[in-house]
Structure formats: C-alpha cells, structure tokens
Design a protein around this ligand. Structure first.
Ligand code: HEC
Length: 139
C-alpha cells in the first residue's frame, strides 16, 4: 500500500476515537498524574489494567450493598447501570458510548468521593482515580 492510501485507511478508522477525545477529560487525568507523582516519586503513568481491576474487585470495608463499582455500573461499562441503593437508572460509563463522561471536574471529584467511600470504605488515591479514568477512556 502506498503511503497516501495507508494514511487514508488510518483516518477512515479514526473518527470514533477522535470524537471520544476531550481536552477537559485529558486535563483531569493530567491533574491526577501530577498528584500521583507527588504522592509517589516512582509513579510511572496510569494503567488501564489496574483501572479495570479497581472497577471489578469486590472490596471489603464499604457498604455491603455495594461491594464493587459493578454493583451500580454493571460488569459491562458500555451497558446502562442501576443504582443498587436507590434503584435509579445510570447511563453507561464507557466513553465510547457516552462521550460526555468524565469531562466535568467537580462532578468527577464528587462521584469519586461518594462512590469510593461506598465501595472501598475510603477515598480513592490519585493513582486509582487516574487508572480508572484511563480504563474508561478506552472502553
Ligand atoms: C451506589 C451506586 C454506585 C456505585 C457502587 C458506584 N457508582 Fe459511580 N456513579 C454512581 C452514580 C449515581 C453516578 C452519577 C450519575 C452518572 O454519572 O450517571 C456515578 C458517577 C460516577 C463518576 C462520574 C462520572 C462522570 O461522567 O463524571 C465516577 C468517576 C464514578 N462514578 C466512579 C465510580 C467508581 C470508581 C466506583 C467504584 C469504586 C463507582 N463509581 C461505584 C453510582 C455508583
């Protein structure tokens, strides 16, 4: 394939990823990276794999109705969820199906505060928050 055709093929495949990109989300993740670096000088970047583990792990120490993030956001981030405490529906959390996700800093912080306490029984660290957003950004 010549170079122009190759580029055209890449661009044809790209729009979904480009649409989901959002500078506000990137800035929130960049902020968590600064905080994670301050907390641990060995910080070497966020990991979608750790973010997925955070999402799926059944923690002890939180509210027994919500042992994991999946209790409300379901096993599949692309699927709609349901609040295990109130029964209210929750929109999907995967960025691919919900591009507005994780773009409002105050909302993101508010929910991390609330949800980490409910599931882990403590606040999430900047490393955990960045890992989680990195995972969801790829979903
Ligand atoms: C009790 C149910 C429940 C559990 C358990 C839960 N969440 Fe949520 N989460 C919500 C609700 C409700 C919202 C706000 C409504 C929305 O964003 O659709 C939300 C939104 C969020 C948001 C903000 C989304 C945005 O677009 O800004 C983040 C971040 C988040 N949750 C992270 C987590 C993490 C991490 C866990 C597991 C540690 C978790 N949630 C577990 C109910 C839950």
């Amino acid at each position: 394939m010549n170079r122009v055709l190759f580029l055209a093929a890449i661009l044809a495949a790209a729009p979904a990823a480009v649409m989901a990109a959002d500078a506000r989300r990137d800035a929130i993740i960049a902020d968590y990276a600064v905080q994670a670096g301050k907390a641990a000088p060995g910080f070497a970047g966020f990991s979608a794999r750790r973010g997925e583990a955070l999402f799926r792990t059944r923690w002890a120490g939180g509210d027994e109705r919500t042992p994991s993030c999946t209790a409300c956001h379901t096993e599949n981030p692309r699927a709609p969820g349901r609040n295990a405490k109130t029964g209210r529906p929750i929109d999907p959390v995967a960025v691919s199906v919900n591009p507005a996700r994780f773009t409002d800093r105050d909302e993101v912080e508010k929910q991390f505060r609330r949800d980490c306490k409910s599931v882990l029984g403590r606040a999430c660290t900047p490393l955990e928050k960045g890992d989680y957003l990195t995972f969801m950004r790829e979903q």
